[in-house]
Write a protein that binds this ligand. Structure first.
Ligand SMILES: Nc1ncnc2c1ncn2[C@@H]1O[C@H](COP(=O)(O)OP(=O)(O)OP(=O)(O)O)[C@@H](O)[C@H]1O
Length: 774
């Protein structure tokens, strides 16, 4: 591709022709004419796989330029308005698939980073050419900007940075956002996302943050907290990038080495990636902004490169561990963050700041807050307890950045264990109110203000308004069966939470054996597999997909159209119940159901849980008790599903045990070889059995592991046969279950309201369920 090839450029318009945006050229008539090479040419984006048949590759265009004829008949050019050009470019970019040509290379990298970097590796030569081309273009931009700036002389500062944005084609009508006085690029993005009105937390937070306040925001799950901090951040970026000094801030120069404007801390990798795409969507019409995620599980080298290329990152979204690794690499990162940051966002703050959980957060914050002359005692506070935090605070420098803290759950009581010893005030008296939450956060974080603004938009609770909760009581050993019933009875996008990786690992193949579209997610999976599971679960082509996950998926994840959350295990603390349940009923009008499978030994803890979560409910206040609705279950139907489940369990258990035995044999074999003795699996097996004693569960597992190939084949055949047949639910009326989301909801409601249910379950093809008859 010949990026600089003059012949391939779109021709400049003849002098007689009215140039584009001519009407505006008069404003900058003081600007001097420049030569054609001084202009900021932009490559015209071409479809990805288009061959260079007509020599179109490398064609470039330029905008915002006046053409002048010189006395000797030659042509000279005048940049009429650099900021307008930038805005116009942004607009043009919006019509392109990503961010036009400049973003194309970035897009490859972003996709690679988001999805693990293996699936769509771009051709290396093409990439190299693109990089070169990009560099050349950047040089030209810098030269044009410098020339234009020099020629134009001192510029009058416009009243508002947003006066600089284009006025034509204003088709955006979002009156509900008017009071927030947002800039056009942000409004455009909101319009593109069809967000016609702000959510309560956005209405409350945006003006405060724009006004420069430190802010603590509590709002229920799925209530739009991301944009509550994202919008003010991007508004600030826009003001800076249009060189309007704000409160003494240094005017922003896009060509200079950039300081990161905002650092967003996230407790999990998945949430960090989601925040990245959410903020990137919000910035779709903002030119040149660079939003980079820094998370574990992906190449640190690539992330370091992304942080530094093109002058640096403007917004960094990071998980604490990887951020710590990055800053430990040196390269002056701490310095940059200390000096540049205007916003520090602590998302899911209660989790990030939980005692003993995130040492890296404390370490990173400590480094950020240290005065410049105090750089050699990086590790002196390792393992320090809270009482020493006061001393630490004294040593901190005065912070200039705003600190923004968000969560649905700040209550300390919600974080206490539900099982085990009861706390005296388990009825809810141990909850942290606004005052205590504030004290807690002030102790943990270094705010710029003595009293940050604290807004709790729904003090009455943390759960989404349109969430329906239900409980199914069943034996501990029956949970698999009831889970299968729920999934089969209410086909819909469902997220199941367990308390352990091993349960997740056991249940995923079991459900898959029953031909349910299930994907696992836990922290021991490699990052690429984690992302693939999430991608498949969220795919619109699979509306009834199932994700079985540990609490790694409990916080912040925003997956469209999750209809049901099932708590296979009772969460360990009430805050997790809130966050898990909050994966459904998200956004302004979505509905969802949360179902808790409760075994007899969990009853006491469940009582504690509902007491804590619903402490503001009038019934709890007056009686000290809250009755969670029982989920209506057709027990006869459950029994009819039992043979399928038993077979599937036998098959799944046997393969898991075989796998384990394989590993064990391998280990014993190696150990025997190291000891120089002969390895005989039978002998070793017998010894092992003797050592284990007569434990029923273990023997059963042994049996499963010892199932012969013939056993397995026979079980599989039987299961296949069962799955081919309908399970009659016992009702004769026609009952449609097409598996669509709305229908699933009415079924859920029926389940929660105890209405009679009928129909058939368990056809091989679940979509065929709507053909059922009596
Ligand atoms: N103004 C709006 N109008 C409509 N939808 C919105 C608006 N703002 C955000 N949303 C959507 O609402 C959903 C939830 O938003 P977000 O993920 O920010 O919630 P949250 O409050 O951070 O939730 P959690 O506490 O679970 O992390 C997202 O899909 C988001 O795109």
């Amino acid at each position: 591709m010949a990026a600089g090839d003059r012949n391939k450029r779109a021709r400049p318009p003849p002098a007689t022709q009215e140039p584009r945006k001519r009407a505006r050229a008069t404003e900058n008539d003081t600007a001097h004419p420049i030569s054609i090479d001084g202009l900021a040419w932009q490559e015209v984006a071409m479809p990805d796989r288009l061959e260079d048949v007509e020599g179109f590759m490398g064609m470039e265009e330029v905008d915002g330029v006046d053409v002048l004829r010189t006395d000797d008949g030659g042509l000279m050019y005048k940049v009429i308005d650099v900021p307008r050009r930038k805005a116009a470019t942004a607009k043009a970019n919006s019509a392109k698939p990503e961010k036009g040509e400049q973003a194309e290379g970035e897009k490859d990298e972003e996709e690679e980073q988001e999805w693990g970097g293996i699936d769509d590796k771009p051709d290396k030569t093409k990439q190299k050419a693109k990089r070169k081309q990009k560099k050349r273009k950047e040089k030209r931009h810098a030269a044009a900007a410098a020339e234009a700036a020099e020629a134009a002389g001192p510029q009058p500062i416009p009243e508002s940075a947003f006066d600089l944005l284009p006025e034509e084609d204003e088709d955006i009508s979002l009156p509900a956002w008017d009071s927030l006085e947002l800039s056009l690029p942000v409004l455009r993005a909101l319009s593109q996302m069809s967000f016609t009105s702000p959510t309560p937390i956005q209405l409350a937070a945006i003006p405060e943050i724009v006004a420069g306040r430190d802010f603590i925001g509590k709002a229920s799950t799925g209530s739009g907290k991301t944009l509550a901090f994202g919008i003010p951040m991007l508004e600030h970026y826009l003001k800076q990038s249009f060189s309007v000094p704000i409160d003494g801030d240094t005017p922003y120069d896009k060509n200079a080495d950039r300081m990161p404007l905002a650092l967003v801390l996230s407790p999990t990798r998945e949430l960090a990636h989601q925040l990245h795409s959410h903020l990137t969507a919000l910035a779709a019409f903002i030119p040149d902004i660079r939003i980079v995620s820094v998370t574990g599980g992906l190449s640190i080298q690539k992330q370091l490169r992304q942080l530094t290329e093109n002058g640096g990152a403007d917004v960094i979204i990071a998980t604490p561990g990887r951020l710590w690794e990055v800053v430990s690499e040196g390269h002056g990162w701490i310095e940059k963050l200390r000096k540049g940051l205007k916003f520090l966002v602590v998302d899911e703050a209660d989790r990030l700041l939980q005692e003993g959980h995130y040492k890296e957060v404390v370490d990173v914050l400590h480094l950020l807050d240290k005065p410049d002359d105090d750089d050699d005692d990086d590790n002196e506070d390792e393992g320090e307890e809270p009482e020493n935090e006061g001393k630490k605070q004294k040593k901190t420098a005065k912070v200039e950045r705003q600190t923004l803290v968000f969560s649905a759950t700040f209550h300390k009581g919600l974080q206490q264990k539900l099982a085990g010893k009861s706390t005296k005030n388990s009825g809810g008296g141990d909850l942290m109110g606004q005052k205590e939450s504030m004290e807690y956060l002030l102790k943990k974080l270094h705010f710029r203000e003595e009293s940050p603004k604290f807004i709790d938009v729904n003090p009455a609770g943390q759960l989404a308004e349109r969430l329906s909760e239900g409980i199914i009581e069943c034996g501990a050993m029956e949970k698999d069966l009831y889970l299968y019933y729920l999934l089969l009875r209410y086909p819909s996008r469902t997220l199941i939470f367990t308390n352990s990786i091993s349960s997740t690992k056991r249940l995923a193949p079991l459900l898959a054996m029953l031909r349910l579209p299930v994907f696992p997610l836990h922290s021991r999976m490699i990052q690429k597999a984690r992302m693939r599971s999430l991608e498949r679960f969220s795919s619109p082509t699979n509306p009834n997909s199932i994700l079985i996950a540990t609490d790694v998926a409990a916080r912040g994840l925003d997956i469209k159209n999750v209809d049901m959350v099932v708590h296979y295990h009772l969460p360990r603390a009430a805050d997790m119940y809130v966050h898990r349940s909050g994966r459904t009923a998200r956004g302004l009008d979505a509905r969802g159901v949360s179902v808790l499978l409760c075994s007899p030994d969990e009853v006491v803890s469940v009582r504690r849980l509902v007491g804590k979560v619903h402490e503001s409910d009038p019934t709890v206040k007056s009686t000290g008790r809250y009755m969670m609705k029982g989920f209506n279950v057709d027990r006869k139907l459950v029994n009819r599903l039992k043979p399928r489940l038993d077979l599937a369990k036998k098959i799944a258990d046997s393969s898991i045990e075989k796998q384990k035995k394989g590993h064990e044999d391998e280990w014993l074999k190696t150990a025997a070889e190291e000891l120089g003795v002969d390895y005989d699996s039978e002998d070793f097996g017998r010894n092992d059995n003797a050592r284990r004693g007569r434990q029923g569960g273990k023997i059963k597992k042994e049996r499963a592991a010892n199932a012969t190939k013939a056993d397995l084949a026979s079980w599989k055949m039987q299961l296949d046969e069962l799955l081919k047949h309908r399970v009659n639910s016992g009702f004769s009326e026609r009952y449609l279950t097409s598996g669509t989301v709305n229908l699933a909801h009415s079924l859920f409601q029926a389940g929660l309201e105890g209405r009679p249910q009928g129909g058939f379950l368990g056809l091989e093809e679940r979509s065929a369920l709507d053909e059922v008859g009596g």
